[in-house]
Ligand binder design. Structure first.
Ligand code: SF4
Length: 464
C-alpha cells in the first residue's frame, strides 16, 4: 500500500551526550518515514535553549551551520506529518515554553482525543494558544498549577487529564521526561549512549546512532532521565498493551523491534499465516515495495512459490516532484511503481500488499501488472479490511473514503479488477506478534479509549 496511510510523527531525544543536536539529526533522519512535512530540534545547554525547525525533510532543514547553532548535551527532535491541527510552521515541533519557573521544550507523537474539550477548559481559564498542536495543551496543563518544586507531579497531573495516543518528550534544563499513553498505543524506547541516554519512537534510530537498547517505556509510565540516572514512575494504574497494529503492519521500519518483536519478523509471519488462511494457485509471489516485501517473503516461503521482484519503486520522488498530469499518465508515464515485464508476463501472480485503504492504489497496481502481461493477479492483503477511521494520529481517511467500510470482499475484488482477493484475519495479527492485546480499532471499531462527540462528528464531516 502506497501513499494512502500516514503516521503523524516521530520523536527522538538525547540526554547528557556530547553533540546532542547532531545525534538527534541522525536519529530524525532514521525516523523520516514517520513524517515528511516538517521537522525540528531543540537543544539545551544548561539554562539556554536553542531551536531550529522548518517545513521539509530533515536533510532540507538542517545543515552543519545550523546544527552548530544548537549547542548542548541535551536535545529533543521531531518529524511531523500533519493530521489534526493542520500543517504550517507554527505546528512544527518541538515547542519551547518560557515560564518564570523554568524553560522547557515539548515534542510528541500521537493524537489526543479530548483536545477540543481541554483547549476550551484552558481558554476559559485564560490560556491563549499559539498553535493547534496537542503539545501546547499539555504545556498549559503542566503550568496550570504553579508548583515550582514539584515539576514531576505537575506533569503527572497533566498526563492524567489527557486522553488518547501519545509519546511525549519534555526537556527541561536538567531533565528529560518521557511519557507514554496508558493504552500503549504509540511506541517509545530508551537506549544508552556514551554514559548518557537516547530516546526514540523506533529502536532502529537507536541502532543508527550506536546506542544500546535499555527498555521500552511501558504504558502509563513516565521515565525521568537526569544526572542521577534513569527513574521510572507510573502516572496511571490503568495499563494496557494496545499497541497500534499499523506500527507492525505498515509504519515502522523492518529493522525496528516493537515491544520485543522485530517488525520484519512480524510481517513475514503475517505473510505465512495469510497463505495458511487464503492460499492461491499461482506461479510467483510479489510484494508492493517496500512495506509489503517481508509479508511477501513469508507468503512465498509458506506456499513454496518463488518470491520474485515483480514491482520496482522509484525511490527518488521527493515532496516537490511534479506529478504526471492526467495526459502524461494516459501516455503511459508512471513514476512511482513499475512492473517488471519479463518477470510477470504470462504468470499467475500473487500480489501481497500490507493494507487496503481507498482501493485506488491496489486497482492501479493490478492494472499495471496485467498490462505487463500477468495472466492472473490474486491480491492478498496482510491485514484485515479497514472499516473505521483512526482517531489516534494516523490518517486513515474518513468513513466515506474507506473502501471496505461500504463494500464486502467480493465487491472490492471486482472494483480493483483482481482475479481473487483475501484479507488476513484479526486473529492472525495476534499470532504474528505473539500478543494478547493490540489496537485493531480501524479494523473492528473497538476503540480502546473513550471517544468524544466532537471528534466523531468531525470525522463524519470529513474534517478529521
Ligand atoms: S485505529 Fe488503527 S491506525 Fe489507529 S491506532 Fe488503532 S490500529 Fe493504529
Amino acid at each position: 500500500m502506497e501513499n494512502e496511510l500516514h503516521e503523524e510523527c516521530g520523536v527522538f531525544g538525547v540526554f547528557n551526550v556530547e553533540d546532542a543536536a547532531n545525534i538527534t539529526y541522525y536519529g530524525l533522519h532514521t525516523l523520516q518515514h514517520r513524517g515528511q512535512e516538517g521537522c525540528g530540534i531543540v537543544a539545551a545547554d544548561g539554562n539556554n535553549f536553542s531551536n531550529h525547525k522548518g517545513e521539509g525533510l530533515v536533510t532540507e532543514i538542517f545543515n552543519e551551520k545550523n546544527l552548530v547553532s544548537l549547542p548542548g548535551r541535551c536535545a529533543i527532535g521531531h518529524v511531523r506529518y500533519s493530521t489534526s491541527g493542520g500543517g504550517g510552521i507554527k505546528n512544527v515541533q518541538p515547542f519551547v515554553f518560557r515560564h518564570h519557573t523554568g524553560t522547557f521544550a515539548l515534542a510528541h507523537n500521537g493524537n489526543l482525543v479530548n483536545s477540543r474539550e481541554l483547549s476550551k477548559y484552558l481558554e476559559d481559564r485564560g490560556s491563549l494558544f499559539q498553535s493547534t498542536s496537542d503539545s501546547e495543551i499539555l504545556a498549559h496543563l503542566i503550568k496550570k498549577e504553579k508548583d515550582e518544586d514539584a515539576r514531576l507531579y505537575n506533569i503527572i497531573s497533566a498526563l492524567n487529564m489527557i486522553e488518547g495516543a501519545f509519546a511525549f518528550l519534555i526537556l527541561t534544563a536538567n531533565r528529560l521526561y518521557v511519557a507514554r499513553d496508558k493504552y500503549g498505543l504509540r511506541p517509545v524506547s530508551i537506549g544508552k549512549l556514551n554514559g548518557g541516554f537516547v530516546v526514540s519512537s523506533e529502536t532502529s534510530a537507536l541502532d543508527t546512532v550506536g546506542a544500546t537498547f535499555v527498555c521500552d517505556v511501558n504504558p502509563g509510565e513516565i521515565i525521568t532521565l537526569s544526572n542521577a540516572g534513569i527513574t521510572s514512575t507510573d502516572y496511571s494504574k490503568f495499563k494496557h498493551n494496545y499497541l497500534c497494529a499499523m506500527e507492525y503492519i505498515y509504519f515502522s521500519r523492518p529493522d525496528s523491534d516493537l515491544e520485543g518483536c522485530n517488525v520484519h519478523a512480524f510481517r513475514k509471519e503475517s505473510g505465512k499465516l495469510l497463505f495458511e488462511e487464503s492460499p492461491a494457485d499461482a506461479d510467483i509471489v510479489i510484494g508492493v515495495p517496500d512495506s509489503s516485501l517481508s509479508a511477501a517473503i513469508g507468503y512465498a516461503e509458506a506456499s513454496g512459490y518463488p518470491y520474485e521482484l515483480g514491482l520496482v519503486k522509484n525511490k527518488y520522488i521527493g515532496r516537490t516532484f511534479i506529478q504526471p498530469s492526467q495526459t502524461m499518465r494516459e501516455k503511459g508515464v508512471r513514476m512511482k511503481l513499475s512492473a517488471v515485464r519479463s518477470i510477470v508476463n504470462g504468470k499467475r501472480v500473487v500480489l501481497i500488499d500490507d493494507s487496503l485503504v481507498r482501493g485506488t492504489t491496489s486497482k492501479r497496481i493490478v492494472s499495471l501488472l496485467k498490462e505487463a502481461g500477468a495472466r492472473q493477479v490474486h491480491v492478498r492483503i496482510a491485514s484485515p479490511p479497514i472499516t473505521n477511521p483512526c482517531f489516534y494520529g494516523v490518517d486513515t481517511s474518513t468513513y466515506d473514503e474507506l473502501m471496505s467500510a461500504h463494500k464486502n470482499v467480493e465487491q472490492v475484488c471486482e472494483l480493483i479488477d483482481a482475479d481473487s482477493l483475501a484479507f488476513l484475519s484479526q486473529k492472525a495479527l495476534f499470532r504474528a506478534g505473539n500478543r494478547t492485546e493490540l489496537c485493531l480499532a480501524c479494523f473492528n471499531g473497538k476503540y480502546p479509549t473513550a471517544l468524544y462527540h466532537s471528534l466523531t462528528e468531525a470525522n463524519k464531516d470529513g474534517k478529521f
